[in-house]
Design a protein around this ligand. Structure first.
Ligand SMILES: Nc1ncnc2c1ncn2[C@@H]1O[C@H](COP(=O)(O)OP(=O)(O)OP(=O)(O)O)[C@@H](O)[C@H]1O
Length: 246
């Protein structure tokens, strides 16, 4: 069952982004992967993924380059189909819906912004379609300000730095406000100050909105700061790891 809001999503917009949302709970959106099997072709690594991730918490996925972290996110998001196994959110089968119908938002490792659009127009793509026109500008400006990008609404994305583009893409992803948030190396282009700022924002939003957040990261600092639970991918399997914060 999809989460139910007591009133239409757009009525929460005065609280977005990213202030505390008084009726923000997504319910118990526990993500469970049960023996999800997949291989990139006949000679690819045979993956066997089982894990659970709790709502209101960040669960980190670590592992060396090429171990299958992005593959795992692609399976959850629906860009790849498992050969067997189950993926459920709050007990509901996630596999039948097409990727765009799944209750999740995703930030890809190489998430591009649209260079020909302004920073504000890129962020606005994350707003729900039924957001009233009068509220769109304010919501976008607050999202940019929360990213440390206040005043850049009209700046063409092609003129932004790599770190600024990554924050614009992150703002767009967070604005979607879906129960399941998938982040693939979301801080790779950021300096230490912005990294800390984005970590704090994601931690706060995950707790306040009850998101089930999956963070793929190579960085022990990010995992230690954010994750309540960590899995490492070893030989195609998810293994609970001790790298998480207490
Ligand atoms: N479309 C594809 N077809 C065939 N093999 C693929 C495909 N996508 C990924 N692979 C392979 O699957 C393995 C896992 O890739 P994946 O991108 O999931 O790893 P990763 O852990 O996310 O790596 P990184 O940390 O470098 O991003 C790699 O060996 C990769 O070459």
């Amino acid at each position: 069952m999809m989460r139910r809001l007591s009133r239409p999503l757009f009525s929460y917009l005065p609280f977005l982004p990213f202030s505390p949302c008084p009726a923000s709970s997504h319910g118990l959106q526990m993500l469970v992967l049960d023996d999800v099997r997949f291989s990139h072709g006949a000679n690819g690594t045979p993956y066997r993924f089982s894990m659970s991730a709790a709502p209101g918490e960040v669960t980190a996925i670590s592992g060396p380059s090429g171990s299958g972290k992005s593959t795992l996110l692609d399976l959850i998001a629906g860009f790849l189909r498992p050969s067997s196994g189950a993926i459920k959110l709050d007990g509901v089968d996630l596999l039948p819906p097409r990727p765009e119908r799944r209750p999740l938002s995703i930030l890809f490792q190489s998430d591009a912004v649209f260079d020909h659009l302004s920073a504000g127009a890129n962020v606005a793509l994350g707003l729900p379609r039924n957001t009233p026109r009068a509220e769109r500008g304010g919501a976008v400006s607050r999202a940019l300000a929360d990213m440390g990008l206040a005043g850049l609404e009209r700046q063409r994305a092609s003129t932004l730095s790599g770190g600024q583009k990554q924050r614009v893409a992150l703002a767009r992803t967070l604005l979607r406000d879906k129960p399941l948030l998938l982040l693939d190396e979301p801080f790779s282009a950021l300096d230490d100050e912005n990294r800390a700022r984005m970590r704090a924002l994601i931690a706060r939003l995950t707790a306040e909105r009850g998101w089930t957040t999956i963070l793929v990261s190579h960085h022990e600092d990010d995992i230690a700061a954010l994750a309540r639970q960590t899995y490492a991918i070893r030989d195609g399997e998810l293994v609970p790891s001790t790298m998480a914060a207490p």
